[in-house]
Design a protein around this ligand. Structure first.
Ligand code: OXD
Ligand code: MN
Length: 589
């Protein structure tokens, strides 16, 4: 067989995978439009994908996953390192020997009658010092087409590898999409990922969560850099100055919306501009100047569709108007376009829902699955930053953490210093969303929004953060935001979306020491007068109320954090236990 690469390790990996799964054919993906067009045609012919209205949505296609396969499966996601303790208390662990044997049994012969596709891809711009190469084998055309949007797929990845270069091996087999035999397995010590019995994006687009977060966080720890669940955005000020921030929020908590924010009118009139570098993942290194530099290793957006509309995120909506794959949204049969809750009000009279059933507004069910998605090329985004393809990335002025908290956590506060900032990230908690299976709306600890994505012991991960602060002579300032405060009737107390610019302005002002703050038990909080409310029908009293630090609540929070921290034992850095003790003391003062 003529291979498109001379890399012996790639050839061996593909041959071993084929020997196990027994596909009828092997197709080497080269990333060409010609090959992808043929695959789209084939997927439409078999019903795996549906072609949408090519006049209204050129290049757009639709896909439905199995009903039992609509979200990440955290309970079936494992870190398979040799020593159990290295996976830490927040990960599922399986012995690698056992995991390899179990997955081999599950996948053996499962590609019979199917084709195995070999996808060479780069996370990051090919040739950038940040970038890393992966090869995913899969029996799903849907995966090939999504990977071609989300990553940089092409034969130049093989060129970068040369004859002997290493890469991340990804094996994906749909098998029978059996939820009882669904496993998403990571072998960080072997640069290997195995995913079986799923076809949902977060479980099978192996460049994303599996590689760019779980495996990469482990690589970052061993090589001295960081892989984080963070958006990256740039703000241009009226005087032309640019600042960048990275922000970590749990899944489906508005990262895509913040990354593509359109500032309120008077900011635009003054000349402010916000640009998106990334909406989900940041790889961060210390630059020669002692600052932290970040790149977005992805090439597209795998965004949550429901709630995305002309008002909440016009840039994301615009990004989905061509060359996009929609998954589990509803179809409008009147014109063969797509619809989801929140897209328009009222809903169209008749739809085909995500299950393929006829739907009307009276059906009493959701037309689109709450975790339905669009996979859109980054180049489609009207506010994509010029720095998106920069090989060096962008220098960070601020890091922002944030969760979904109805009470307690104020709209925004700043940490006292780097170590306290690491503490602030480590105590993040948020209500669960539909991005993962299980109950939604349950408050859980999600340090740095990395609970589902940290590929090693979370205590060691905290220590790595502390270490990175020491290595960076000029690290970013660290903040926490909470857009989700509610009143006693469950109504949100902050308008969010574009109005979050008002908070970003305060954050970036703090980075230049251009705005004052009040010191509180938890860190620096704005004076209400310093948040710009121009053009907003919003009272200073309400603002005061969501900036207020309630010591009694925070004292109870500190006790709860102490319980949470216990599981890390002596892996918990002293810097963090000191910050916790200080918090408790401040609340009692
Ligand atoms: C995502 C997630 O898809 O976090 O980005 O689940
Ligand atoms: Mn995410």
């Amino acid at each position: 067989m003529a291979y498109p690469t001379k890399n012996k390790k790639v050839i061996a990996f593909v041959e071993e995978s084929a020997k196990l799964a027994c596909p009828d054919n092997i197709v080497w993906i080269d990333g060409s439009e010609e090959q992808l067009a043929a695959l789209r045609k084939e997927a439409c012919a078999t019903g795996e994908m549906i072609e949408l209205n090519q006049e209204k949505l050129p290049g757009c296609y639709y896909h439905r996953t199995a009903q039992n396969d609509v979200a990440r499966v955290e309970d079936r996601t494992f870190i398979c390192c040799r020593e159990k303790e290295n996976a830490g208390p927040t990960n599922n662990w399986m012995d690698p020997k056992e995991a390899y044997a179990m997955c081999a049994d599950i996948a053996r012969g499962k590609m019979k009658g199917r084709t195995m596709y070999v996808i060479p891809y780069s996370m990051g711009v090919v040739g950038s010092p940040f970038s890393k190469i992966g090869v995913e084998v899969t029996d799903s055309i849907y995966v090939v087409l999504n990977m071609a949007i989300m990553t940089r797929v092409g034969l130049n990845c093989y060129e970068q590898l040369g004859e002997d270069g290493d890469f991340i091996k990804g094996f994906h087999a749909k098998c029978d999409v059996d939820p009882e035999k669904r496993y998403i397995m990571h072998f960080p010590e072997d640069d290997t990922i195995i995913s079986v019995n799923s076809a949902y994006g977060g479980n099978v687009l192996l460049g994303k969560k599996c590689f760019a977060l779980r495996i990469a966080s482990y690589l970052g720890k061993t090589e001295g850099w960081m892989a984080e669940h963070m958006l990256i955005l740039g703000v241009t000020f009226p005087d032309g100055k640019k600042k960048y921030l990275a922000a970590a929020f749990p899944s489906a908590c508005g990262k895509t919306n913040l990354a593509m924010l359109i500032p309120p009118k008077h900011y635009l009139e003054k000349g402010y501009k916000v640009e998106c570098v990334g909406d989900d993942i940041a790889w961060i290194r210390v630059g020669e100047d002692g600052r932290l530099w970040a790149v977005n290793p992805e090439n597209g957006f795998f965004g949550v569709a429901p709630g995305t509309n002309e008002k909440s995120n016009p840039n994301a909506l615009a990004a989905t108007r061509k060359n996009t794959i929609f998954t589990n949204v509803a179809i409008n049969p009147a014109d063969n376009t797509v619809w989801w809750e929140g897209l328009t009000k009222p809903a169209p009279d008749k739809l085909i829902d995500w299950l393929g059933n006829d739907w009307t507004p009276a059906s009493g069910t959701k037309a689109a699955h709450p975790n339905s998605r669009f996979t859109a090329p980054a180049v489609n985004c009207p506010c994509l930053s010029d720095a998106f393809n920069s090989k060096e990335g962008v220098p960070l002025d601020a890091i922002v953490f944030g969760g979904r908290r109805a009470t307690t956590t104020p709209l925004v506060y700043q940490s006292r210093d780097w170590d306290h900032g690491v503490f602030v990230g480590s105590i993040m908690s948020s209500e669960t969303t539909a991005a993962a299976t299980g109950a939604t709306g349950v408050l859980r600890h999600d340090p740095m929004a990395m609970k589902p994505f940290c590929g090693y012991d979370m205590g060691d991960y905290f220590a790595h953060w502390i270490e990175m602060g020491k290595k960076a002579k000029n690290p970013p300032k660290i903040f926490n935001v909470n857009w989700f405060r509610q009143d006693e009737n469950g109504e949100f107390l902050w308008p969010g979306f574009g109005d979050n610019m008002r908070v970003l302005e305060w954050i970036l002002g703090r980075c230049d020491d251009a705005v004052d703050a009040q010191e509180t038990a938890i860190g620096y909080v704005p004076y209400a007068k310093d948040i710009d409310l121009d053009g907003l029908d919003y009272s200073r009293e309400t603002l005061e109320s969501i900036l207020y630090v309630d010591k009694a609540r925070w004292s109870a929070e500190a006790d709860e954090i102490a319980q949470f921290y216990k599981q890390f034992g002596d892996k918990l850095p002293k810097e963090l236990s000191d910050c916790l003790a200080a918090l408790k003391k401040n609340c009692e003062a």
